[in-house]
Design a protein. Structure first.
Length: 152
């Protein structure tokens, strides 16, 4: 992974004594995070399809928020949040879906469902993906009905 950061820093012409080094480190970290996120999302889609889900949409975004995967399963419309973590992460993937994040997902789901009549009931699932240091998938865990919409 250090080689990745060196490669990115070198490509944008930043040397270690440059005052822009924090920017380069942040850029490399952001690129790594997005790459890791895409890897986790692909593994999640495979897991969901294997479990019998029918993928309806990916990376749905609206003014209320963003939803990683929208799928149909067992008569429900499932709004799936994907969280991917490497071994260096201090918290579990699932714990990153905070109450605030849940609320944003619920609002985006309501916005999505407003476009349909007689829509199936909603369910909120979380897929937790763990990788090793070489960004190889170690585990993919699906938690169905991980949280419920808040009343009111």
């Amino acid at each position: 992974m250090r080689n990745f950061w060196k490669l990115i820093s070198g490509r944008i012409g930043i040397i270690s004594s440059s005052p822009a080094l924090p920017f380069a480190n942040r850029l490399a970290r952001d690129l790594h995070s997005k790459s890791l996120g895409r890897l986790g999302e692909e593994a999640s889609v495979r897991k969901l399809v294997d479990e019998g889900y029918r993928i309806l949409d990916r990376n749905y975004a609206c003014r209320s928020g963003e939803i990683d995967i929208i799928a149909e399963h067992g008569g429900h419309i499932c709004f799936v949040e994907v969280k991917t973590r490497s071994p260096r992460s201090w918290n579990s993937p699932e714990s990153a879906v905070t109450p605030e994040k849940q609320l944003r997902i619920i609002r985006a789901a309501n916005f999505y469902m407003a476009g349909f009549r007689n829509c199936a009931p909603a369910r909120f699932d979380i897929v937790s993906v763990l990788t090793d240091d070489n960004e190889q998938i170690m585990s993919v865990e699906l938690k169905k009905n991980a949280f419920a919409p808040v009343a009111g």
